[in-house]
Ligand binder design. Structure first.
Ligand code: GLC
Length: 689
């Protein structure tokens, strides 16, 4: 495997790729030379740049004295080159505001299915603690834990009955503190799920609220008095009748639940409720956690006049239920009261309906949240398949909408989706590994903060459940019942659920080939995937070419090149190619080229690049990537699901023919006019000598 080289630049000269340890001193010197500056630090920068310029001159004089015949005009060229570099930095000074949470690689743990420590068949915190070294070995820098708070588990913890206590199945507060400490000791941050669009109906607030119309907690939830007739229809995502209003005879009123009947929606319009939530957030931030993922928060604010939705649109969840009322006002308040007081990250589940909605959630000057995850991309994959053209159109559209401002997460799976490889790749034995690695390559080379779901690093597949009794997810079960009640074709419904059910992503993590995949010594709460004997951590740790080891290399690659892979500009190439997704990431004159074959056949791509001069950093076909078959026409062949990541280690930038490869347009003619055409190679020699 070719390890990722570091690429250095001096002035405008592109220095051939070298490994850091070959020239440690030169490396330090060059790092100093290429140190970027921000326009707002201009006066300081000019001072630094002047001293750098003088240093270049001294070096030039010294070298001229050593080899006078070779270095006629060298000082001039050096100085001119340096000036051009300074100008170049002005032209493309990064506007990005660097943040740890942008550079983070978030690994999502579904605690219920990760590792059981006490044999009750349910994953727990002690189980995660026992796997801390595994997390460290992945190289990830943050963990997002699905809810671990007290819950009757109607929706696996997304129905919270006490926000300040740990779910009994998962352990104790002492376990939580040990887990947090263990993560921090390993340099891993912890992001918690904040489930405050709704609580459990077993939460004390709801018990009080439903007890009488005059109870002080009545206004913590949305009630509609029955003497006013039936409330206007609202759709519920998890209800067996898709009805979000539940009649409660105790007070002759309906309460609202966008999710299950046991998940009543909290009333964000009530300032008292909001203060309760901020206090809960502080409780956890004071414990030292590093962030919140705001569950379903785009639905938190409501138009409490409950207008009647246009006929046919009552179920249009995204358009009619998201980003309503004073949602942004509440987020700004939350930011002021809590988020701004800690160095923590915040991410919204959902980005609204439009780019404007998304920007309003995450643009820094709005002072709301740090980032959001948009669903349009992850929703592309359907049981009948998806179009690669559609895939790249969606992802590049979102990228460009947030290229200058705002920040998004990037993901292809989570606990609400079926498995990444089964939806976006190909889980047939001959393609599973390659397609899973290819998809991981996509996530880890895109702009945005990757949220990577546990088990995808192994290429875990869909569960293969066939009978309703095997499913545990209330959404799946209620969808099936709804179909039964409405006389739908149950065979078709079951087929769809087999592909889409959230349980596909929730089967126990596959640690080894022992009973229950090493997840539990008891009876697992949900069946282990039948393929655990071949797909598991123990086997993959031993295999240098496994999905697991490939994922680790991707993590390393992203961490070694944050300027490119986290912040760098994204450019989609060969947009019309129906099989291959190809793009560049670039920053400060450096580029990477990523080629991904999304199809199960050999496919061709034509790009303006001479790959024979580029360095292959990573490929999922190990030492046998497909042939470069026609360098002249710049047409290349990729094997099924092949992924390749290149960097350019030559003087020419293969994708633009821009000899300087600085990410801005400077053609040869301009360089000739500047008298710089031949100058750039000299620095290479400088280092080699
Ligand atoms: C979010 C969660 C999902 C949960 C729902 C209700 O979408 O990701 O798992 O069921 O909210 O809390």
């Amino acid at each position: 495997m070719i390890g990722p080289p570091s690429i250095w630049y001096v002035g405008n000269g592109r220095v051939a790729a070298k490994r850091q340890n070959e020239f440690p001193k030169a490396s330090r010197f060059l790092a100093f030379c290429k140190k970027p500056f921000l326009p707002k630090q201009l006066p300081i920068s000019l001072g630094i740049d002047l001293s750098r310029g003088i240093l270049f001159c001294i070096l030039g004089v010294y070298l001229s004295a050593m080899q006078p015949h070779t270095f006629h005009g060298f000082i001039f060229l050096l100085f001119l080159g340096y000036c051009t570099q300074v100008c170049g930095q002005f032209e493309q000074s990064p506007t990005v505001n660097k943040k740890w949470w942008k550079e983070a690689i978030v690994y999502q743990i579904y605690p219920r299915s990760f590792q059981d420590s006490d044999g009750d068949g349910v994953g727990d915190l002690k189980g995660i603690i026992s796997r801390l070294d595994y997390l460290k070995s992945l190289g990830i820098t943050a963990v997002w834990l699905n809810p671990i708070y007290s819950s009757p588990n109607d929706d696996n913890g997304y129905d919270v009955s006490d926000y300040r206590a740990i779910m009994k199945d998962f352990g104790t507060m002492a376990d939580f503190e040990e887990l947090l400490k263990g993560l921090h000791e390993r340099g891993i941050k912890l992001v918690m799920d904040l489930v405050v669009n709704h609580s459990s109906d077993e939460h004390e607030w709801f018990r009080q609220s439903r007890s009488s119309r005059n109870n002080p907690y009545r206004n913590y939830y949305h009630w509609w008095n029955a003497e006013n007739g039936k409330p206007p229809y609202r759709c519920s995502l998890f209800d067996v009748n898709h009805d979000a209003w539940k009649y409660d005879s105790l007070t002759n009123a309906y309460y609202l639940h966008y999710f299950s009947v046991k998940q009543p929606d909290l009333k964000w319009e009530n300032p008292k409720l909001r203060q309760e939530v901020y206090a809960i957030m502080k409780f956890w931030t004071d414990k030292g956690i590093d962030g919140f993922r705001l569950d379903a928060f785009q639905f938190a604010a409501k138009d409490t006049t409950y207008p009647i939705f246009p006929k046919g649109f009552e179920r249009d969840f995204v358009n009619y239920y998201a980003i309503q009322g004073n949602l942004h006002g509440y987020l700004q308040e939350m930011n002021k009261e809590v988020l701004s007081k800690y160095d923590i990250m915040s991410v919204a589940e959902g980005a609204g309906n439009t780019f404007e909605d998304g920007h309003n959630l995450v643009d820094e000057d709005r002072r709301e949240l740090n980032m959001a995850y948009a669903f349009e991309g992850v929703d592309i994959a359907k049981p009948e398949g998806y179009s690669v053209l559609h895939f790249k159109e969606v992802f590049s559209r979102w990228d460009s909408a947030f290229a200058e401002k705002g920040w998004l997460s990037i993901f292809l799976a989570n606990h609400d989706q079926a498995r990444m490889v089964s939806r976006f790749g190909n889980d047939r034995p001959e393609f599973r590994e390659a397609s899973s690695k290819m998809l991981s390559t996509f996530i880890m080379t895109m702009r945005g903060t990757p949220f990577y779901y546990n088990g995808d690093e192994l290429g875990m597949t869909n569960a293969g459940f066939e009978r309703l009794e095997e499913f545990r997810d209330l959404q799946t079960i209620n969808e099936f019942r709804y179909a039964q009640n409405t006389g739908a074709d149950l065979k078709i419904v079951m087929k769809r659920l087999q592909f889409t059910s959230r349980d596909n992503g929730r089967t126990p993590f596959q640690w080894d080939a022992t009973a229950n995949a090493g997840f539990t010594t008891g009876t697992p709460w949900i069946k282990v995937n039948y393929n655990y004997r071949t797909i598991n951590v123990a086997a993959q740790q031993k295999d240098p070419n496994s999905c697991l080891n490939y994922f680790k290399q991707l993590v390393k690659l992203r961490q070694e090149h944050p300027d490119l892979l986290v912040y760098g500009k994204f450019t989609l190439l060969d947009k019309e190619n129906p099989n291959i997704v190809v793009y560049t990431r670039e920053s400060q004159g450096r580029k990477m080229l990523i080629l991904l074959n999304f199809s199960d056949t050999i496919a061709k791509v034509t790009i303006p690049a001479d790959l024979s001069t580029a360095t292959l950093l990573l490929s999922n076909y190990q030492n046998k990537p497909a042939h470069i078959n026609n360098v002249q026409s710049h047409t290349y062949t990729l094997l099924p699901y092949e992924a390749r990541v290149y960097t350019f280690s030559t003087e020419r930038d293969p994708t633009t023919n821009d000899i300087w490869g600085r990410g801005i347009h400077r053609d040869n003619a301009t360089m000739m006019r500047c008298g710089m055409y031949k100058g750039h190679g000299l620095y290479v020699r400088l280092i080699k000598n």
